[in-house]
Design a protein around this ligand. Structure first.
Ligand SMILES: [Zn+2]
Length: 138
């Protein structure tokens, strides 16, 4: 299996490769995404990588009107808020991600519990590229 350390750097590398990976505690089976090195439930430090299928549902969200500079560059502002959400994955763990394909200026149209699927947003170029985790309704 994968030999990468269970940290944010590995997590982001996997995102670049279009894989959403978490760590599962070998002691009690709890899943963490982003990964953790030590289980917060049983304090075991034996972890293994698990790839998520990328399906889930919307558990919570906020519409962000004033975002960081790179979001403003993408055209999001007070008139065009973007949506940040918590997605409950089929695997049972929750991740924070951008929610695409919804209208942040009309939060009443965004439904908690809506089924979502993963999308990888590649931004920037070559050495400065970064991949953001996003989900969209399907
Ligand atoms: Zn554990």
């Amino acid at each position: 299996m994968e030999e990468r350390p269970f940290d944010d750097i590995s997590y982001e590398q996997f995102l670049n490769e279009e894989r959403l990976m978490g760590s599962r505690c070998k002691g009690c089976g709890v899943l963490f995404a982003p990964p953790r090195t030590i289980c917060i439930k049983c304090y075991d430090n034996e972890m293994e990588w698990v790839e998520m299928k990328g399906k889930g549902k919307l558990a919570a969200f906020t519409c962000v009107a004033v975002g960081p500079p790179f979001m403003i560059k993408e055209g999001y502002d007070r008139k065009h808020p973007y949506v940040s959400g918590v997605v409950e994955l089929e695997e049972g763990t929750r991740v924070v991600a951008r929610i695409e394909g919804v209208d942040g200026s009309k939060p009443e149209t965004i439904k908690i519990g809506a089924p979502l699927q993963i999308e990888f947003l590649h931004r920037g170029e070559a050495n400065n590229s970064k991949t953001f985790l996003a989900f969209k309704p399907f």
